[in-house]
Design a protein around this ligand. Sequence first.
Ligand code: PLP
Length: 369
Amino acid sequence: MANSYHVPYIDLAAQYEFYKDELQDILLRIASSGQFILRKEVSELESKIAEYLKVNYALGVNSGTDALFLSLKAAGIKSGDEIITVSHTFIATISTIVHCGAKPVLVDINDDGNIDVNKIEDAITKKTKAIMVVHMNGKICDMDMILALSKKHNLLLFEDAAQAFGASYHNKFAGTFGVCAGFSFHPMKVLGCMGDGGLITTNDEHIYNQLLLLRNHGQKTKSELVLYGYNSRLDNLQAAILLFRLSKFEEELKSRREVAMYYIKNLSSLPQIKLPILDEDNRRDVLSSFVIQAKDRDALQKFLLDNSIEVAVHWNTPNHKQSHLKLDNFNLEMTEKYSKNILSLPIHSFLDKEQAAFVVKKIIEFYEK
Ligand SMILES: Cc1ncc(COP(=O)(O)O)c(C=O)c1O
């Protein structure tokens, strides 16, 4: 069913409609070929992405969550280790650390939603093994400082690049800074498939070989098992869809960035909202979300929803405030303040000028009331 909002947050039905002929050809071609698991399209996608990101290895897996989990496993993260990361993230960043038996040590964020590098050193203990940065909303963290810290303290660096496919910092792509990075191809992401999918990048040959085993039951060959692995393969059908979507990626990113620039141009005079700063310090942001900080956020959210504009809050309750997760021993002032003010506006490559103008008009109307 098509989305019932006049301005949907994201419009997967419109995306399908736009590429219908090509997508139907792909679906039928793979269905009739009988090539479903670890076939040509998976390795073709891996090579294309490795080449695009300029990284030695790319490995398709079944989700962004598994991309992070298998990365941590392959790099040897284990019980008793501590990993520094943020509370302001999708829970998978933290849960995958917990599933390795390690302890997530949560630090605060900057005003842009990314890790505050000045908070990292205080969080380091004898047990700290790694930093997991999250490139939130498609903007890369302060990598010069983070790389310097990880080197100084001899820590592994992981990137949660789930939201940052195609983002760059000083001409280097997300997913190429650390030991491993995890990407998500969830349909809501900037490069999404028709279900779950993910990918790991690494420059390390040994880790790549471990990952190949971990994603496919530890099978070195059909008859030789060398470890207890998992079933975490990217479906061939999803890989075929992703190959097609990758060919449209730069074009789609351009449209997405035009929406962001329109919002910035037309909302910048409002003192009640703080807009994201685009492409700060030689970055290319991919705007997986367009997040504003708004005065009277809850009332604005309700007003926009009532006016058929689908906005969202990512996330209302920070993870360390989720009472069942036992992460409440962290004092993260900025994270808590941020979660009360943020609002994600609709953004996607199929959002037209009239829809963007309607969003702007209604936000201005709200504050003029
Ligand atoms: C920051 C972050 N990390 C990890 C994930 C997990 O990705 P997936 O949903 O593909 O498992 C997501 C996706 O929502 C995410 O936004």
